[in-house]
Unconditional design. Sequence first.
Length: 292
Amino acid sequence: MSIELLDRVSLVDGGAQSAAVAGRTTEGLLGRIGNLETRIARNDREIDAAQAVRYRVFVEEMGAQIPSDSARRKRDIDAWDMVCDHLLVLDRSLDCDPEDQIVGTYRLLRHDVARTNGGFYSATEFDVDALMARHPEKRFMELGRSCVLPEYRSKRTVELLWQGCWAYALTHRVDAMFGCGSFPGIRPEEHALALSFLYHNAVARDEWAVRALPELYREMDLMPVEAINPRKALAAMPPLIKGYLRLGAMIGEGAVVDHAFNTTDALIVLPISSISDRYRNYYGADAGRFAS
């Protein structure tokens, strides 16, 4: 599970690159910047193409281990694909079918859908059920399986993916988003500085507290607070996690080692009410903010 593989670029970066409009201008369109568009997958062919993009990033690039049947098909597939919505970024300048224009993807799972289809993927690593039990009136959404092809890892691609998530959340009246932010490798101690900074400065408390499952729990508190240099800790952190911290996100307590995906995972928790005014003003209350 990951929202990690955008971590070579920042989540958002100053200044709108396209004009705002009142509502969507194209059916299903969630945003557009230049030749790139973001929207939800419309058919099985597009979902299959998104799974192929995930395979290229997770397996060929990052060395993830997947079932042999999926490997033969060169697709990253799991059971949640059938119930999730698949957010896409497409390069419309490519002269080919839409499914061959997909250059990035994010997987979105709403609370009501998860409730009737076996729960959230993150529940295999973190006790998200306890978190949601404390907020029975809130609508949650899980973000996962994010990736972008190497040649498209730019600020505008990541900004479009976030705009798509934001517009989708507004449309479905989501109250909080969550998902795993990942560090490369399966040795948490190699990320002691960054993990310790998160533990001392960003761990969710009280009503938003959430922990890794006991059998998977790995300590994040690997350094005393007086030994942490905040500037160096932030520099050592995957940019996607830094981006979510800027938005107002919190971190679950305890890391989880994902051997299949060769990552060390931390849970990101982002209540919509916690998103800083800077980013609320930037993206606005209109789901079509970037659709022009």
